[in-house]
Design a protein around this ligand. Sequence first.
Ligand code: NAD
Length: 491
Amino acid sequence: MADATDLKSILKDPSLLETRAYINGEWVDGDDGTFDVINPARGDVVAKVANLSRAQVAKAIGHAEKAQKEWASWTGKERAAVLRKWFDLMMQNQDDLGAILTAEQGKPLAEAKGEIAYGAGFIEFFGEEAKRIYGEMIPGHQRDKRIMVLKQPIGVAASITPWNFPNAMITRKAAPALAAGCSFVARPAAETPLSAIVMGVLAERAGIPAGVFNVLPSKSSSAVGKEFCENPAVRKLTFTGSTEVGRILLKQAADQVMKCSMELGGNAPFIVFDDADLDAAVEGAILCKFRNNGQTCVCANRIYVQAGVYDAFAEKLKARVEKMKIGDGLESGTDLGPLINADAITKVQEHVADAKAKGAKVILGGGDPIQGPGYFLPPTIVTGCTQDMQVATDETFGPMAPLFKFEDVDQVIEMANDTIFGLASYFYAKDLSRVYKVAEALEYGIVGVNTGIISTEVAPFGGVKQSGLGREGSHHGIEDYLEMKYVCMSV
Ligand code: NAD
């Protein structure tokens, strides 16, 4: 994969590989030239993408503001019809969308195609919800009063999204926004803009009106973030990324008292109790820890195993991880792709070194990155981890599985909740009373019980504590894009 032409050559529809910004229904070059998108498996340039200036972002917001008024006047059924077309086009082009995603992000093609189906699911789901944005009639508080509650679109919604799920993190926001009657300006991560831009190509083909969905790539993020927070036409900021950047954006958005959704970092505990089905727990841990090579906000970050099954679990996990094949995500049979860049490798290495220095034992991996192009790091399993290690407090965001030993339920609940984060958590157990008690005691927005996979468009996804504000997915997800208006009538 040397350049954009090579990626084009493996696409069934090469016109899906667009590198310009999509603003008000037009394809636009960047005032600030272009920036390179790197294939993390090969280290070379996949494409040169339009680098927008802050002034161009401001102009796009102006177009989105105008387009929103008309879009909001469409009936829910009319909006649903074009969203359905957008969904259909995604699924019809799933192979190509997956290949574009793998080329810029690295995850194995099967996972990339899975992300496209997951991302498309939000468009299908929220398109249907567009028809069900119900208001409310409340019995009047006086005999001559009638009370009506209207739900109306908030206006222009702006998104900033990460590179780890470059398609789904955008559709999870754009779908409820558009269904609600908002217009949308998306600033994708600089590492993975192609998966966002192709959504503009499909939006145009689906007949989404000009200005309703806009894609604004840029190398630098801070100027765009400021424009989103300072431009009075933007009424909603929706962000997915680290807690650190979320805090910056929340502070910036405060001046305009802007409505914000924040999907931030996680530090998921994955607990294996002694009554668990151990083989199922190992499979769950594989999916939960190594999907997207550990670069997932809901990834198991800390694996707590009860003393009686600790050694057996460690052995089984090791045997399973040893079989995983590392390679270019575009090649068949790959289980683990590259990490996104060199910094990601350094972070994993730091966590492994810190754990070793504090007494943990590496039972698999722990070595250097694979030499050659691309950012490949073999998976690592570490036993004997303790709460004072970096891996207990920070997201590793990479292929390191740290095993902690615990004795009883109370102890592990305390350890699991001992974090500023509260996104996803998991546990494996069979005893019904234990299942209820632990699910209730975990201070997390999401709890997976006897499963390592929890993401779906039909359920409310989001975190508590410093993992975020708001929920995405399910009928709750559309509320973040709606204002409530109370109308009091004297009759
Ligand atoms: P990041 O916070 O560094 O970047 C996220 C996005 O914000 C990127 O597009 C980046 O360019 C942009 N950004 C960075 N600084 C900015 C600023 N000052 N102003 C405006 N935009 C700015 O995170 P990342 O490394 O891209 O992604 C990994 C993080 O995302 C992890 O912490 C992960 O847990 C989190 N995440 C959370 C969810 C969720 O649903 N809760 C989902 C995926 C990823």
